[in-house]
Design a protein around this ligand. Structure first.
Ligand SMILES: [Zn+2]
Ligand SMILES: [Zn+2]
Length: 346
C-alpha cells in the first residue's frame, strides 16, 4: 500500500510503498477515506513525542472497514467508521465505564503504532473504539471531528455543562477554540472569544461568538475585569484552548462564582500556578479534557448529521496523500486558517 513515511525525526516524509498492516485479533483494518493533519503529528515528526522509527503519522481519520479480526462482534467489512484519537484497551475499569479517553493502556494510531497517512490503518479493540458514520457525514468532515472537534465537544458539554444563555469564554481561537465557539453557539450559549489575533477573533464572530476580546490590549487583571463587565459577573464556563500558564490563569480569573474552567490546551512544560485563592472563595471547578471516548460520539454525530454543527466550516485545505510532507513542514511556521485534511477516497 501507499503511505507517507519518515525515517528519522525531522527527515523529509516520503510517499512510498510499504507492507499492509496485519489485522489485530480484536481489531480491524480501515481503508482510509480521509485523514486530518494536526499539530500533534508535527510534534511527533519533530521528535517532541517519541515514536518508533521509521514512522507513519496520522490520527484523525475516517474510512471503511476492510477486515475485522475474529474477536470483533460489532463491526464488519464495509462499515463506514471513524475513531477517537485515543483508543482504549476495551477491558480495564475505565474502558468498561465508557471512559476510554483515560485508559492507561490506550493505543493511538499515528503515535503508538503506524497511523493514517496511508491507504490502510489498523485499529485495536474495535468493539470499544469504532464509531459508525451516519450516511450524510462524508469522510473529510468525519476526519475533522476525531481530535480537536471531539475534544472541544467534550470540554463544552461533559465538563462545562453549558446551558442555553450561559456565558462561555473561549481563550485561544485556533482549531480547538473555534470548534468550542461553534459548539457553544449551537447549544445556545453566549460565546465570548479571546485571542491576540484580529483574524482569529473575526473568524470566531463568524462562527457565532457574541463578543470578542483582544487579550493583547488588556493585562491579566484588566482582561478579567473586561470579561466580568461584558458578562455581568464573569463567564459561567471558560476554556483554555491554547495551552499556556498565563492563559490558564486568565481563564480561571474570568469565571463567575461557581464557574467551571476546562483545560484543553496542552501544558507540556509541567505544573502551572493557578489562582487557587479564587477557586476557594468563588467555589470554582477545574477540569482537564483529553479527547472523547467512542461512547460519547453519537450525540455529537447527531448534531453534525442534522446540521446543528458544521465542522466542515473549519476545514481549510483539502490535499492529497503526497502533500502530507509539505503540510507538516508548513507547521514550522504559524498556524494557517482552518484544518488541513487529506482526501484519499469517497
Ligand atoms: Zn490531532
Ligand atoms: Zn482500557
Amino acid at each position: 500500500m501507499k503511505a507517507v513515511v519518515y525515517a528519522g525525526y525531522g527527515a523529509a516524509p516520503v510517499l512510498t510503498q510499504v507492507a499492509e498492516p496485519d489485522c489485530p485479533a480484536d481489531g480491524v483494518v480501515v481503508g482510509v477515506g480521509a485523514t486530518g493533519v494536526c499539530r500533534s503529528d508535527w510534534h511527533a515528526w519533530k521528535g517532541h513525542d517519541p515514536v518508533t522509527l521509521p514512522h507513519i503519522g496520522g490520527h484523525e481519520f475516517a474510512g471503511v472497514v476492510v477486515a475485522a479480526g475474529p474477536g470483533v462482534t460489532r463491526w464488519r467489512a464495509g462499515d463506514r467508521v471513524t475513531v477517537p484519537f485515543a483508543c482504549g484497551c476495551g477491558r480495564c475499569e475505565h474502558c468498561l465505564a465508557g471512559d476510554a479517553q483515560v485508559c492507561p493502556r490506550q493505543t493511538q494510531p499515528g503515535f503508538t503504532g503506524p497511523g493514517s497517512f496511508a491507504e490502510l490503518v489498523a485499529v485495536h479493540a474495535a468493539d470499544a473504539n469504532l464509531v459508525a458514520l451516519p450516511p450524510d457525514v462524508d469522510f473529510v468532515t468525519a476526519a475533522s471531528l476525531g481530535c480537536r472537534f471531539a475534544t472541544a465537544f467534550r470540554a463544552v458539554t461533559a465538563h462545562g455543562r453549558v446551558r442555553p444563555g450561559n456565558w462561555l469564554a473561549v481563550h485561544g481561537c485556533g482549531g480547538v477554540g473555534l470548534s468550542a465557539v461553534m459548539i457553544g453557539t449551537a447549544l445556545g450559549a453566549r460565546v465570548l472569544a479571546v485571542d491576540v489575533s484580529a483574524a482569529a477573533l473575526a473568524q470566531a464572530r463568524e462562527l457565532g461568538a457574541e463578543a470578542a476580546v483582544d487579550a493583547a490590549a488588556a493585562g491579566a487583571e484588566s482582561l478579567a475585569a473586561a470579561i466580568g463587565e461584558l458578562t455581568g459577573g464573569g463567564a459561567h464556563v471558560s476554556i483554555d484552548a491554547l495551552g499556556s500558564p498565563a492563559v490558564a490563569a486568565d481563564s480561571v480569573r474570568c469565571l463567575r462564582r461557581r464557574g467551571r474552567h476546562v483545560q484543553v490546551g496542552l501544558l507540556p512544560g509541567g505544573p502551572v500556578p493557578l489562582p487557587m485563592d479564587l477557586v476557594i472563595a468563588r467555589e470554582l471547578e477545574i477540569y482537564g479534557s483529553h479527547g472523547m471516548a467512542a461512547r460519547d460520539y453519537p450525540e455529537m454525530m447527531r448534531m453534525v448529521a442534522d446540521g446543528a454543527l458544521r465542522p466542515g466550516l473549519l476545514v481549510g485545505e483539502v490535499i492529497a496523500l503526497g502533500d502530507v510532507g509539505r503540510a507538516l513542514a508548513a507547521m514550522d511556521g504559524p498556524a494557517g486558517a482552518g484544518m488541513t485534511v487529506v482526501r484519499l477516497a469517497g
